[in-house]
Design a protein around this ligand. Structure first.
Ligand code: ATP
Ligand code: MG
Ligand code: MG
Length: 142
């Protein structure tokens, strides 16, 4: 017997970014692994955009946003995203450093989450125009 709300579905938006190796391939693989996750249904994916990096000097990024519906709790979704990052060979978890794949939770329904491991909505949305564009393409309309 699960919790009363254990099958509650939440509409979430996931930011994807890659700036190491075959960026397009890394994003496609991450989307496939996400789609294959129990409790995750892929709804829509934005166009992919090339963007200048934030943080230390490094190659340009390819970025996109996916809309998913999930029954996973926020930290379980984060665990799954981090496992996919690891599986795709993300090496050092260095803030704003180059990476094969970065998977961020942009929105988790309309929830506000402040946890040592998880801040939602993602605090950089307002500063990243490309994220706002891609969110709209993935169906987010605030
Ligand atoms: P930015 O947040 O500016 O996009 P980043 O994605 O490069 O930075 P990471 O190195 O990928 O940052 O992650 C650092 C930590 O951020 C992770 O270990 C994770 O626990 C935490 N974190 C906090 N909020 C979120 C979120 N909304 N989505 C993903 N990770 C988050
Ligand atoms: Mg990020
Ligand atoms: Mg990240």
């Amino acid at each position: 017997m699960g919790e009363i709300n254990s099958s509650k579905k939440t509409l979430c938006y996931i930011g994807l970014g890659s700036n190491v190796g075959n960026r397009y391939e890394h994003i496609l693989q991450a989307l496939e692994l996400l789609q294959d996750t129990d409790g995750v249904k892929m709804l829509r994916v934005s166009a992919l955009e090339e963007t200048k990096p934030v943080g230390p000097p490094q190659p340009d990024y390819l970025n996109g946003v996916a809309a998913i519906e999930t029954t996973l709790a926020p930290l379980d979704l984060l665990d799954r995203l981090q496992a996919i990052e690891k599986q795709l060979g993300r090496e050092h978890i260095e803030k704003w450093g180059p990476r094969t794949i970065d998977l961020d939770i942009l929105y988790y329904g309309d929830e506000t989450i402040t946890h040592p491991r998880l801040t939602v909505p993602h605090p950089e949305i307002a500063q990243r125009e490309f994220v706002q564009r891609e969110l709209k393409q993935a169906g987010y309309h605030g």
